[in-house]
Write a protein that binds this ligand. Structure first.
Ligand code: B12
Ligand code: SF4
Ligand code: SF4
Length: 317
């Protein structure tokens, strides 16, 4: 059965592994982390978790410069949820044809995908928190499929960070200083609907969504540039003109970015991030446009309060 399943998986994904649901549950719970992953969800209805990895886009885009904001590498072109959904549907269809009960999901599941992938031998967990694979480094999107068959994985030897701490020292907001502090992580707050502190505003210089720094500096990612999924290759929307973005209507925004991973929190989150870049890039000519956007979104306090701080910053400079 393992061979049959492996043949199906290898047609669709770059990397895969297997871990028994009971082993995953026991080990994940023993970490004693108070989060949603300690709950059983629907895991007890299945015997094995198949973990899957598909490669990031081939290389990092060049940032266009002042007046622009760039998306992080994991959000180029088409949303990975959309791409993975199609892959998961194809795989589950084939598994069902083999009589296997299964359930596939990406991101929004009861499974901590990085930890499950680690237990399934797909890679080690780096100090930057990523699942790091031997061939693809951390440049892998992850997903899982639960199946009602027992599959044994041969456990090989995994790599490790050793004494390296490059990512910890490179993280601008010190989010990796003590394991991982999600609240400090730039990626986290660029997705949050909230008023930014002056410190948070200060971190947003060129990247308008997400953060790639702890992956970019990692020696395990050196020279990793696979071009496998055309859907992730840059489509021209990744370097964003900041003023144009601020002036976009909701319709224009969803036409251009609706299928991109950065759009899941809606246009205002990205516009709020764009304000910060305008402030840090000292683009004073944007002040009237920022003020106009404040009028337009006068009922959104977190947007307006951040915008006011950015205007103060621009007027002080
Ligand atoms: C919520 C979430 C976030 C949140 C918070 C993450 C967090 N760790 O709390 C925020 C918004 C910050 C975030 C950011 C990013 N994310 Co995210 N995120 C998730 C999501 C949905 C859940 C993660 C989670 O809550 N994990 C639980 C917490 C408790 O994990 P943790 O803090 O890392 O703790 C681990 C370690 O402490 C370790 N540990 C603790 N004790 C011990 C002991 C031993 C012995 C061992 C071995 C390990 C160990 O195990 C814990 C569990 O894994 C997953 C998808 C999923 N369903 O799994 C994607 C996911 C982890 N994200 C992903 C990505 C790509 C990113 C970003 C790069 C996006 C970007 N470019 O901005 C950044 C990277 C930030 C970083 N350095 O991790 C990918 C990672 C792919 C990979 N190869 O690892 C995932 C898997 C999405 C996907 N489907 O591909 N993310
Ligand atoms: S994604 Fe950025 S802010 Fe978050 S831990 Fe990595 S380097 Fe730090
Ligand atoms: S930069 Fe070094 S410490 Fe950080 S994940 Fe990569 S190998 Fe590990």
């Amino acid at each position: 059965m393992k061979e049959k399943i492996s043949n199906i998986l290898s047609k669709y994904v770059e990397v895969y592994g297997f871990v028994s649901t009971s082993e995953y549950l026991e080990k994940r719970r023993s970490l004693n982390i108070e989060d949603s992953f300690k709950y059983l969800g629907n895991l007890d209805k299945y015997k094995t978790i198949i973990t899957l990895g598909i490669s990031y886009p081939s290389e990092e885009l060049k940032y266009k410069g002042k007046g622009y904001g760039i998306l992080s590498r994991y959000s180029y072109n088409l949303d990975y949820h959309t791409v993975f959904k199609v892959i998961l549907e194809s795989i589950t269809k084939e598994l069902i044809n083999e009589g296997i009960k299964c359930h596939g999901s990406v991101d929004i599941s009861d499974i901590d995908e990085r930890y499950a992938s680690y237990l399934a031998n797909m890679g080690f967990l780096g100090k930057n928190q990523f699942l790091i694979n031997k061939k693809y480094g951390s440049y892998l999107y992850l997903a899982t499929i639960l199946i009602d068959q027992e599959i044994k994985e041969d456990i090989g030897k995994l790599d490790s960070c050793g004494d390296c701490r490059i990512c910890i020292d490179a993280c601008p907001s010190n989010a990796l200083d003590d394991g991982f502090n999600a609240e400090l992580c730039i990626s986290s707050f660029t997705q949050a609907k909230k008023e930014f502190s002056n410190e948070e505003i200060g971190y947003l210089k060129t990247m308008v969504y997400g953060c790639d720094i702890c992956q970019k500096v990692c020696p395990k990612n050196l020279g990793i540039n696979f071009k496998i999924h055309n859907e992730f290759e840059p489509s021209g929307i990744e370097n964003i003109n900041l003023v144009e973005l601020l002036e976009m209507s909701n319709n224009e925004y969803s036409n251009k970015y609706g299928e991109n991973a950065s759009s899941w929190r809606g246009p205002l989150v990205i516009k709020r991030n764009a304000l910060c870049l305008l402030g840090n890039q000292d683009i004073k000519s944007a002040i009237p446009i920022i003020k106009k956007s404040m009028d337009k979104y006068s009922n959104v306090l977190w947007y307006n309060k951040t915008a006011l701080k950015v205007i103060n910053l621009l007027e002080r400079k």
